[in-house]
Design a protein around this ligand. Structure first.
Ligand code: VGL
Ligand code: ZN
Length: 203
């Protein structure tokens, strides 16, 4: 069974948003077009409390996009984004939501970031996504969303480690940083992910 996994298709990652990804909005029509090919569509939502430890604003001695050590992990400091119940945390208004069966929220722990839709960055706590998909008899996950070099990349690594076959839909994702994405891409391929465009989906 195939599933479409939509990562963080949220306003704050769109042009004009708090943590804008260039051309991030261009993925929305692509995603809407392919949803009907899948029996199951699930989504993740970055969902931070105010004052989250990943926000540069929580570390007055540091600046946005700096990397610091936090709880024993490297942490990039982000602009405040995807704050619970804010408009920035909402899905893009043009995203068709009628076929999204479940939404898995992440980044709710104030002290620890969560790029992957499966586990927080320290792998302490599961979101339940892996068990949900296995219960639904999913074996193949097709991934779209934002950002290709962070939440999409980390979700794909966890999905592969959980034993799923994984395919990244490259025209349905955009990266924060092109160079980071090239490294992430090499690593995803090395780990066994496939990379296709939505037009190459032939089912
Ligand atoms: C993301 C940085 C911080 C993402 C989320 O969705 O890729 N990136 N929070
Ligand atoms: Zn975040």
């Amino acid at each position: 069974m195939k599933c479409l996994l939509l990562i963080d298709v949220q306003n704050d990652f769109m042009p004009g948003g708090a943590l804008a990804v260039q051309e991030g909005d261009e993925i929305v029509p692509v995603i809407n077009k392919i949803q009907e090919k899948f029996e199951l569509v699930v989504a993740t939502q970055d969902w931070h409390p105010e004052g989250h430890a990943s926000f540069a604003s929580s570390h007055p001695d540091h600046s946005v996009f700096e990397t610091i050590r936090l709880e024993g992990l490297d942490q990039v400091l982000w602009p405040d984004h995807c704050i619970q119940d804010s408009d920035g945390a909402n899905f893009h208004p043009d995203l068709v939501e009628s076929r999204i069966e479940a939404v898995f929220r992440k980044g709710t722990n104030p002290k620890i970031d969560s790029y992957s839709g499966f586990y927080d960055n320290a792998h302490l706590k599961s979101t339940g996504l892996s068990g949900y998909l296995k219960d639904k008899k999913v074996t193949e996950i097709y991934v779209a969303g934002l950002a290709a070099d962070y939440c999409v990349y980390f979700s794909i690594k966890d999905a592969l480690a959980e034993g799923f076959e994984v395919c990244l839909l490259e025209d349905a994702t955009r990266a924060i940083d092109a160079e980071n994405y090239q490294k992430a891409k090499t690593d995803m391929l090395r780990r066994g992910a496939r990379i296709l465009t939505s037009e190459e989906l032939i089912f």
